[in-house]
Design a protein around this ligand. Structure first.
Ligand SMILES: Nc1nc2c(ncn2[C@@H]2O[C@H](COP(=O)(O)OP(=O)(O)O)[C@@H](O)[C@H]2O)c(=O)[nH]1
Ligand SMILES: [Mg+2]
Length: 476
């Protein structure tokens, strides 16, 4: 934490601008050493004004003309010998008013792998260490500028696959979840302090008498934790993508539908049954909601070993998916037995009749038993009914979801901590009801406070921190 770190903060490859970020006590000194206001000589910066953009050049400090402050080369020829790496904009940010709360310098250079790498190498030569993945954000957390939920939100923003998941991440980044957890924790801390005062100084404070007020408070905290857990269950797919599997017999047009939904040729389509073997997965956005669409091998009886493996994989995907599109063609019959073998009971499904452009009247019909499953007629080939199908998919997936409520959506780690909190609070609840001794009550309350603290980071172990920050990219 005491050293200075640097990394390229923008993606690898060519682009308009690439950013190098430096953070730590040496950041300003290093910036002054490699930066020059002009390209004809070293025009050193004596002071850096925080949060003000400066235009200039990054020059290798070991360049002969640079090292000598007197006898500075004036001619264009001499300038050409200067080792100018790039023309840049530099933004110094004095801590704590920076991303990491340390002194930070961001250098906006041209984005190319060689120019950024050369710049970074030069900075690393000045006693600066290459940052580990997520280290800038980790420092922001360790320096108390953000809590753990906000750090996690940074990764969620970077990885957001849709407008809705971005909205959730952005609200968490602003501290929506942090604030809610903090409030719950403070209420429990108040109760704990009162209890502990009773234990330590029984004669000096009013006797602790568990009242309806304490009970109601515990009930309320439990209810709020359960509410958050519910929100995780309802909305976690908004973060990870709703899994949508396309299945059915060979040649019904599964791959054609996949391509039509994606609006590009992703799956191979041929008139030969058994074309698709390995499941094909792609991310798709419908109305800002992320889906993972999976095209699978046609399910039927076969002796072809490769197809058999593909069919097994298809079945696994169906089981793991949130929604199944079950395809049939006109002229075929719907069979309960066949359907049950493919789509497990209770799985959300849409019955899709494809190839209606063929003009065939003999359309398959769901049996009585499956009247709740919506049916839709399409032509994947001629783009008929695809818009309606998209709409149906979205409606089915988000029908039960209250979008406003889900602006605070815990992740799996938070959910586990919330479950532990509820567990400890249930013990407190029954302890209060049965007049349990104060020491035991205090311990259970303390456990619940600690569990909530792992969410925001107050009581998170090093393992948790490593697990979170190792998932970041370098430079974030
Ligand atoms: N007429 C018609 N043919 C289609 C339609 N969708 C797919 N096909 C054809 O059906 C054949 C099988 O399609 P494919 O997508 O590979 O089916 P899969 O085996 O279920 O993946 C190909 O010749 C497609 O051109 C459709 O809506 N109408
Ligand atoms: Mg196919």
């Amino acid at each position: 934490m005491n050293d200075t770190i640097a990394a390229i903060a923008t993606p690898y490859g060519s682009g308009g601008i690439g950013v190098i970020r430096i953070s730590g006590p040496l950041a300003f000194d290093v910036a002054k050493r490699v930066f020059s206001r002009k390209n004809d000589a070293k025009s050193p910066l004596h002071t850096l004004i925080s949060h003000r953009v400066i235009h200039g050049f990054i020059i290798h400090p070991e360049t002969p003309g640079v090292l000598k402050t007197s006898g500075v080369p004036k001619s264009p020829d001499a300038a050409a010998t200067l080792d100018v790496i790039d023309e840049v904009l530099m933004i110094p940010m004095k801590g704590p008013k920076s991303y990491t709360a340390e002194d930070v310098v961001e250098i906006q250079a041209h984005s190319g792998s060689v120019v950024l790498r050369t710049l970074l190498d030069l900075i690393l030569l000045q006693g600066v260490r290459l940052a580990e993945p997520g280290e800038f954000t980790k420092r922001a957390f360790l320096n108390g500028r953000i809590d753990l939920t906000q750090a996690e939100a940074v990764a969620d923003i970077i990885n957001a696959k849709s407008a809705r998941s971005l909205k959730i991440a952005a609200s968490q980044n602003l501290g929506a979840l942090k604030q809610k957890i903090k409030n719950l924790r403070e209420r429990l801390i108040d109760l704990l302090s009162f209890l502990e005062a009773n234990i330590d100084f029984p004669d000096d404070v009013a006797q602790f008498e568990p009242s309806a007020k304490e009970m109601a408070m515990i009930d309320d905290v439990i209810a709020q934790c359960i509410g958050f857990i519910q929100q995780y269950d309802d909305a976690c797919f908004l973060k990870d993508g709703i899994r949508l599997t396309i299945c059915g017999a060979p040649n019904v047009g599964k791959s054609s539908l996949m391509n039509q939904l994606l609006e590009h040729e992703r799956s191979i389509v041929t008139a030969v049954p058994g074309t698709t073997r390995d499941p094909i997965e792609e991310v798709l956005n419908i109305e800002g909601i992320p889906f993972v669409v999976i095209d699978t091998a046609g399910i039927h009886q076969t002796d072809d070993l490769v197809e058999i493996i593909g069919i097994e994989k298809a079945k696994d995907h169906i089981v793991a998916s949130d929604l199944v599109l079950y395809l049939k063609e006109p002229g075929s019959k719907f069979s309960d037995l066949e359907f049950e073998q493919i789509v497990p009971l209770g799985k959300k499904a849409i019955f899709v009749i494809n190839k209606i452009d063929l003009g065939e009247d003999d359309l398959p019909k769901l049996s009585e038993k499956y009247q709740d499953i919506p049916t839709i007629e399409i032509s994947a080939l001629q783009d008929i009914g695809i818009k309606t199908l998209r709409q149906k998919i979205v409606n089915l997936c988000i029908a039960e979801l209250d979008m406003e409520k889900s602006s605070v959506v815990p992740n799996l780690r938070h959910k586990k901590a919330l479950e532990e909190t509820v567990c400890s609070l249930e013990m407190v609840r029954s302890g209060l009801a049965h007049g349990q001794e104060e020491e035991t009550l205090a311990m259970d309350i303390k456990n619940s406070i600690d569990s909530l603290g792992t969410i925001t980071g107050e009581t998170a172990s090093l393992d948790i921190l490593d697990a979170i920050f190792n998932n970041f990219c370098i430079g974030k």
